[in-house]
Design a binder for this molecule. Structure first.
Ligand SMILES: [Zn+2]
Length: 467
């Protein structure tokens, strides 16, 4: 059974909820004010792989991921672009789901928007004031972190040590520098909802508490997000639930950053890679492959080289799937909902695969097992050991489906028309006949028709350019 690193415990532990064959998971989603970047892509992929894998083992997953559609960033960007905040949010929410679909990430069962839950957030803030855990200031309502004895659990620091590292803020009216806004009074012209404290908008940390408890119930199994959300966002979500006496998430999972040239990708460094751009140039499965090749708690380096290496691994899988199309036919477009450890599978390979995945979602080890199985299967097929090759092909189809990779068994990329396939065959014939001028001419013709040509050791493949 799956065990995962729990940020609150600082170690790998089991998830008791899994014993009932169910898992409730809340993924902190995007604030929709800009195009998604490759870091968002990693977020989508890490939790998609977790969900697909659990579903493949027969677990029923309830997946909730929110959309923050009201926030200072949205208001500021809307001012800059002359749109209304709601127009801007609708537009970038669409872009978010387009990118998620392009990545093959399963949609959450619920994707609540913050603006749909404002009335309940007002109730929660009022309850916190009633319990003495929140107080009103001139610009809104603040949470008093001193009301939570174990504040700092996720940061793995005490309030005293957090305080020692905190900068002295200009706003000295707060009781403590760590106190955070639950309700912000709106300036004239800004979006506003009614509240007992005046028209305003909810603080970001409040929305996830309300929506996760509402949709998944108290004591839900898993709360997830990027490492940058651990503190203060998740700490502050948790603090509110504790102050309310509610049983909150039982397990906290955080994934690491995307790096570009050894540096964390961030707005301040200005080294963002747009996910939309990446997906217009590359097969989305190559990015999934790259994400799988790193452990979720380690950084992923996104460069043309790492993407190219992931693509060539993917190509080997596709070429193999082309040799055994029947084995992979069932793995598209959806994975099996229950494990199919039938007699034609290779139990030892699948057992090793499950062992790796169950060990804190060790996808690099799982991918090494996939690569080994692929090598063995090709060797068996080359040597005419058909039964062994078939059995390994079945295991490979299972494992790749569990990871959402879906090798392309068509042998020629997706949706390639017959006349283009003929040109590709002619290209390979020219190459094997060492007629390089003819090969170059055919390649130029394919490029002119809008196809990307990938020349493999055995055969060339094409896929449609998406830019
Ligand atoms: Zn959140």
């Amino acid at each position: 059974m799956l065990r995962l690193h729990d940020t609150a415990l600082g170690r790998i532990s089991s998830l008791p909820g899994l014993e009932s064959g169910r898992l409730s998971m809340y993924v902190c989603g995007p604030t929709v004010y800009d195009d998604p970047h490759v870091g968002h892509g990693r977020l989508l992929l890490v939790y998609d792989v977790l969900r697909r894998y659990l579903e493949w083992t027969g677990v029923q997953v309830s997946h909730v991921s929110n959309v923050t559609d009201i926030d200072d960033n949205i208001i500021n960007r809307a001012k800059d672009t002359g749109q209304s905040p709601s127009e801007l949010a609708v537009r970038y929410e669409e872009r978010w789901w387009e990118a998620a679909d392009a990545l093959g990430a399963l949609r959450p069962h619920h994707a609540p928007r913050a603006t749909e839950y404002v009335a309940r957030m007002v109730d929660l803030v009022a309850e916190l004031i009633g319990r003495g855990a929140a107080y009103e200031l001139g610009d809104g309502v603040y949470f008093a972190v001193s009301s939570v004895p174990d504040y700092g659990l996720l940061a793995q620091q005490s309030l005293e040590s957090l305080r020692a590292g905190a900068r002295i803020e200009a706003d000295r009216s707060k009781r403590s520098p760590e106190d955070f806004a639950l309700w912000k009074l709106s300036a004239p012209g800004e979006p506003a909802w009614p509240s007992p404290w005046g028209p305003g908008r909810p603080g970001w940390h409040t929305e996830c508490v309300v929506m996760s408890l509402d949709l998944l119930g108290e004591g839900f199994d898993l709360h997830t997000g990027g490492l940058d959300l651990k503190f203060p966002h998740h700490e502050n979500e948790r603090a509110q639930a504790v102050a309310l006496g509610r049983d909150f998430a039982h397990h906290w999972m955080h994934h690491a950053f995307v790096e570009v040239a050894g540096e964390k990708m961030s707005k301040s460094v200005g080294n963002f890679i747009s996910l939309t751009d990446l997906l217009s140039r590359e097969d989305s499965r190559a990015y999934r492959m790259l994400v799988l090749q790193a452990h979720y708690r380690s950084p992923v380096e996104v460069t043309p080289d790492t993407i190219a290496r992931a693509s060539s691994t993917l190509e080997r899988l596709d070429v193999f799937a082309g040799r055994f199309p029947a084995a992979f036919a069932g793995s598209r477009p959806a994975p099996p909902s229950a494990p199919a450890l039938g007699p034609r599978d290779e139990p030892s390979v699948l057992d090793r695969f499950r062992g790796a995945m169950d060990d804190d979602l060790d996808t690099p080890r799982a991918m090494a097992i996939v690569s080994d199985a692929l090598r063995q299967a090709n060797a068996a097929a080359d040597a005419g050991r058909a039964d062994e090759a078939q059995s390994l092909a079945a295991a490979l189809a299972e494992m790749t489906a569990a990871l959402g990779l879906f090798p392309d068994s068509s042998g020629s990329g997706d949706g390639v028309p017959p006349d283009v396939a003929e040109l590709v065959a002619a290209l390979d014939a020219a190459r094997s006949g060492r007629d390089f001028p003819a090969a170059d001419a055919i390649r130029a013709e394919l490029t002119a028709q809008g196809w990307l040509v990938e020349t493999g050791p055995e055969a060339s493949r094409v896929r449609r350019r998406r830019d």
